[in-house]
Ligand binder design. Structure first.
Ligand code: G3H
Ligand code: ZN
Length: 276
């Protein structure tokens, strides 16, 4: 899915799910946009919904759609968690060793690859640190967290990983100000790597910047916060308008529709509309 996106210069949307309505929204949006899509679950989502539910809901929703759907583990931090996801039916995994010393990140990424390859599971790794918007850090500290292009090249050569998440100025969560992306760094990384590059922390990044990042080699764009915002904003609105409402379907149904809308908008920005 990502190699095709890389060849055709668009990005596949990777959307985080936590519950049935969001899984349905992701796949409905992709189906309506005729776009390939990645449903992804974090360790927190797996803890909340249960791994079997995540797999079964995605499989059921995907079976009704006519677009390619992948189920991906987002920010897996342990080898055991990754193995559980592979056994449960995930089609790809991320090993996030970005908090480890780079040598250890390389060594665990290699172990994950050795275990995943025979099962036909693709692996995303992370190099550099994609922080949170709440992290109180200076500009110099922020730059020090960015992915070093040469180190990225060595990391990929050394591990043979399938795709790489890079730190170029985005952060997880809602931004307080406008995010400043280091596009030159992205282009340099892109010119040195021959695998798909992944952008995390993409909610709140202006559409024009996302498009610029895609034109410079980003092939997978991760979105979580924007879906949570659209979903809960709609729940809040319905309950404010009808405080006496007790039917969960009347609250979660409109929230699911709001999620479909934002996901469709993102898919169009990523350029993957019509690419299924
Ligand atoms: O791994 C998930 C993404 O990086 C989501 O980031 O919540 O800022 O959209 P976001
Ligand atoms: Zn992320």
């Amino acid at each position: 899915m990502l190699n095709k996106a890389r060849a055709e210069k668009y990005a596949v949307g990777a959307f985080n799910c936590n519950n049935m309505e969001i899984v349905q929204a992701i796949i409905q949006a992709a189906d309506e946009e005729r776009a390939p899509v990645i449903v992804q679950a974090s360790q927190g989502a797996i803890k909340y919904a249960g791994i079997e539910y995540i797999v079964a809901m995605t499989r059921t929703a995907a079976s009704k759609a006519s677009v390619p759907v992948a189920l991906h583990l987002d920010h897996g931090t342990s080898f055991e968690q990754i193995m559980q996801c592979i056994r449960a039916g995930f089609s790809s995994v991320m090993f996030d060793g970005s908090k480890l010393p780079v040598e250890e990140n390389i060594s665990v990424t290699k172990q994950v690859l050795a275990a995943s390859r025979p099962a036909g599971i693709s692996v995303e790794a992370e190099l550099g640190k994609i922080g949170g918007t709440e992290d109180d850090i200076t500009v110099d500290e922020r730059d020090a967290m960015f992915t070093d292009p040469r180190e990225a090249r060595d990391f990929v050569d050394n591990t043979g990983v399938g795709s790489l998440a890079v730190a170029i100025g985005t952060a997880h969560g809602a931004y307080k100000g406008k995010p400043e992306l280091d596009f030159e760094r992205l282009s340099e990384i892109s010119s040195l790597l021959d695998i798909p590059i992944v952008l995390h922390g993409s909610s709140g990044v202006p559409d024009e910047d996302i498009k610029e990042a895609v034109s410079r080699g980003i092939c997978k764009v991760n979105i979580d916060t924007n879906i949570r915002q659209a979903f809960t904003r709609k729940c809040r609105q319905v309950l404010e308008e009808k405080p006496e409402e007790i039917d969960p379907r009347k609250v979660l149904g409109p929230a699911r529709e709001a999620a479909v809308e934002i996901i469709r908008e993102k898919i169009r920005v990523f350029g993957s509309s019509g690419k299924a």
